[in-house]
Ligand binder design. Structure first.
Ligand SMILES: C[S@@+](CC[C@H](N)C(=O)[O-])C[C@H]1O[C@@H](n2cnc3c(N)ncnc32)[C@H](O)[C@@H]1O
Length: 282
């Protein structure tokens, strides 16, 4: 096996202190230190996301003894591991990273990898959202919830968990969401003076795209209604991924702003005949 050289590190934008062993374990680097295109894309997204999360962690570290982050739908935990390796390892205070995942094999794989790398403040749990909200295995207080490409309604579950835990920050990169589009398709027409609105989703491709767009609009309003200041931007250039919307939410809206968001959210659900989804976005 060839050792990974300094040249390889520079070429793939691998930082000096970054664990080459980790990148190999995650199959981002091959055993002889090369990187494939898919891994490069994933790594680029994760690096970008880390850049958004790092200042939040540092700000929290300056105010408290420890920072507790839940990565929802952690999968193979590229984000959690790279975040710990790039940021957590360098902190003078502990960064606890908790991965929540519904696949037992991935929970076991990630837990074994964390032990192997001695990333002892990382843990992984097989818990449903309701179980996670109540579980004694998780800290009562969580500071930050992340979710990278949590599929379909899993991003909504991440929001539900974050709201139940009253976290200070959320950083979300949603995946496609089919639930809202399915309700739009069911209600193909609207009676009365707003009937023209249904033109927005009459064609199947439009109901899919508009459904996905309106889902993130509703998520934004939901978070604002709960007191978060929300910014929505793109994570990396669209050539890297179609699942590219980045939602960052930090506590800080006053009650008047929250009320306005709640009213707008309800009006929108009403106008689009999506009132069956009121609970989802409550
Ligand atoms: C597309 S993968 C993304 C994994 C990882 N975040 C990444 O970016 O590589 C989504 C993961 O979310 C998990 N998942 C879906 N719903 C979930 C839920 N309600 N709670 C926890 N995990 C969930 C799935 O099992 C899957 O591993």
């Amino acid at each position: 096996m060839k050792p990974t050289t300094k040249k390889t590190q520079d070429k793939y934008e691998i930082k000096e202190h970054q664990s080459i062993e980790l990148l190999k374990e995650l199959h981002i680097l091959t055993r002889d230190g090369k990187m494939n295109q898919d891994s490069r894309r994933k790594l680029k997204q994760v690096y970008h996301l880390v850049q958004f999360i790092e200042p939040i962690i540092e700000s929290l570290m300056s105010q408290q003894a420890k920072v507790k982050l839940v990565d929802f739908g952690s999968g193979k935990s590229y984000l959690g591991f790279i975040l710990f390796d790039l940021v957590g390892k360098l902190q003078s205070k502990p960064l606890e990273i908790i991965g929540l995942e519904l696949r037992k094999d991935l929970v076991e794989y990630c837990q074994a990898l964390a032990s192997k790398l001695e990333f002892n403040s990382m843990s992984f749990h097989l818990l449903s959202t309701e179980e996670a909200i109540q579980s004694d295995a998780l800290p009562v207080e969580i500071d930050l919830v992340t979710a990278l490409h949590a599929c379909n309604t899993a991003t909504d579950d991440a929001i539900r968990f974050a709201l139940a835990k009253n976290v200070q920050h959320l950083v979300l990169v949603p995946c496609c969401q089919a639930e809202v589009a399915s309700f739009l398709r069911k209600n193909k027409s609207i009676d009365g003076e707003d009937s023209y609105l249904a033109q927005i989703w009459r064609q199947p491709i439009h109901s899919r795209e508009f459904g996905s767009h309106i889902t993130n609009v509703l998520r934004t309003l939901q978070l604002e209604a709960h007191g978060y200041k929300v910014t929505v931007t793109e994570l990396v250039g669209w050539e890297h991924s179609m699942k590219n919307e980045l939602i960052v939410a930090n506590r800080g809206l006053n009650s008047k702003q929250q009320l306005k968001a709640r009213q707008d959210l309800n009006t929108l659900l009403n106008k689009l005949q999506l009132t069956e989804l009121e609970e989802r976005f409550s």
